[in-house]
Design a protein. Sequence first.
Length: 139
Amino acid sequence: MPLQQLTPERADTVSSDSNLALVTSMYEAVKHGDLDTFVAALSPDIVVIEPAFLPYGGTYRGVDKFLSLFGDLAATFDVAGLSVDRVIADGETVLGFLRMPLADQKSVLDVIEQSTIRDGRVTEMRIFVHDLGALSPRC
């Protein structure tokens, strides 16, 4: 059987599949506290953009700055309680539809993370938050 030639459409499908697997593995690593697997998926020059209206909002550049954000996230969210509703990939763009319980366990926040993947690593994460009512005492 001859090898399949990678047409642009086929190459994009392969890219989408591998990028979907990468981001899905990151979410699993977060849920299980596996920081090494999580960090291995990140580009050293990653850019993370959190909404400016959040207490920890802003742009974080580089793995070290991104990891410094985790202290703020752990104070606000039950990170181990992360629930992944759906992950969708289209080429280098991956969307994660997430539900993140607040640390007080009384509310859950709906979040969409848009990740950009290049050369097998996440180079940018842009975070979108729905229903700020749950966060209003913190914002």
